[in-house]
Design a protein around this ligand. Structure first.
Ligand SMILES: Nc1nc2c(ncn2[C@@H]2O[C@H](COP(=O)(O)OP(=O)(O)OP(=O)(O)O)[C@@H](O)[C@H]2O)c(=O)[nH]1
Ligand SMILES: [Mg+2]
Length: 324
């Protein structure tokens, strides 16, 4: 009886909330200097801003479009004074969270106990608010150089840290990613997986991509949005997956730099082709909706043959799925 009552109250609460929080709320939290803002900026490929970043003041919000859906991203500056104010007013900062990303600087060992302690506080707020968003813990600053030089030590630290995070609370929905802004594909993969888990249309997109790959005789296709997020992909094997995910960030940054040349002729014919390992990497910008942000296509083929019509058809289908 009591349980039913609680359920119906929760249901009512949920209904009441819906008109207020229409967007999907993603919350980035963790201690100051953990790397939250850097992660967000790297997805926007704002690398020059990362170099001169100062601590985030309070909560910074940004709305962006993911697969035609509005996502509200909250970057909670982690300095002590801010953390205290968030905990005093959980309704304002934590309520409505659909996805939480908790960033830990794994290179800063002395602050790990503090990071765990604040993690507990954050989980506590979700419990208080009776919400249960998945919490993705980013074991961040897992830099490629570090990984190579101190492999065992790092691996042990990570195993230990995961254990500490798990034991800190009895919260069930905790998942881990190793990330570094110096391994851009680690951020792209993590964020793409996380956001796709929210989005029901992803299966349909995946099917469209497989069909397209078959039609053009490609062993691998990745579709990326302007926030560097992979919205769908097809890989015939692991090697193809590796080649495409490792090279995606470089094609995106190259494409960004070429934007500023001012050459705007014949956009639909344009693509970049890189030949390597006896394969052709073909990169192409596709516009799905006028005045909206572009999408990008990266695919791997044995031959560099390219039919404009195939891409047009694919873009049309994608547009149907996303915006109709
Ligand atoms: N080595 C390394 N440094 C990183 C990485 N990501 C971010 N940093 C650095 O960490 C510092 C802090 O980054 P921010 O993104 O400002 O950290 P934050 O979590 O937003 O900090 P607050 O806004 O104060 O909460 C900066 O000097 C970044 O350059 C990484 O993957 N590896
Ligand atoms: Mg910040």
């Amino acid at each position: 009886m009591e349980k039913n009552l609680k359920q119906s109250i929760l249901y009512l609460k949920k209904e009441e909330q819906e008109p207020v929080e229409i967007q999907n709320k993603i919350l980035f939290t963790g201690l100051d200097d953990a790397g939250k803002t850097s992660i967000i900026l790297s997805l926007q490929r704002e690398f020059s801003k990362i170099a001169v970043l100062s601590p985030t003041r309070g909560a910074q919000r940004r709305i962006f479009d993911f697969l035609g859906k509005e996502i509200s991203e909250w970057d909670l500056g982690g300095q002590t004074a801010y953390r205290i104010s968030y905990l005093k007013n959980p309704g304002k900062y934590f309520d409505g969270t659909e996805i939480a990303i908790y960033v830990i600087d794994i290179q800063n060992k002395p602050r790990i106990p503090e990071a765990i302690s604040y993690f507990k506080d954050v989980i506590e707020q979700f419990k208080k608010l009776e919400i249960e968003p998945p919490v993705y813990v980013f074991l961040h600053k897992y830099d490629p150089a570090l990984r190579r030089s101190a492999l065992n030590e790092m691996e042990n630290l990570i195993v230990d840290l995961k254990e500490q995070v798990r034991k800190a609370t009895d919260y069930k929905k905790i998942f881990f990613y190793n990330t570094s802004i110096y391994d851009f594909s680690s951020i792209i993969s993590a964020m793409s997986e996380i956001l796709l888990s929210l989005y029901p249309k992803s299966e349909l997109i995946e099917k469209t991509i497989v069909e397209f790959a078959k039609k053009i005789g490609s062993g691998g296709v990745v579709v990326i949005d302007d926030n560097s997020l992979i919205i769908g992909s097809y890989y015939k094997d692991d090697e193809t997956q590796h080649l495409l995910t490792a090279s995606t960030p470089y094609f995106l940054t190259l494409s960004d730099s070429l934007q500023y040349t001012g050459v705007q002729e014949n956009r639909f014919e344009e693509r970049m082709i890189v030949q390597r390992f006896g394969k052709n990497f073909i990169f192409k910008e596709i516009t799905l909706k006028k005045s909206k942000t572009p999408y990008y296509l990266l695919l791997l083929k044995d031959d560099p043959v390219f039919h404009k019509e195939d891409f047009q058809t694919f873009a049309e289908i994608l547009k149907e799925i996303l915006f109709k």
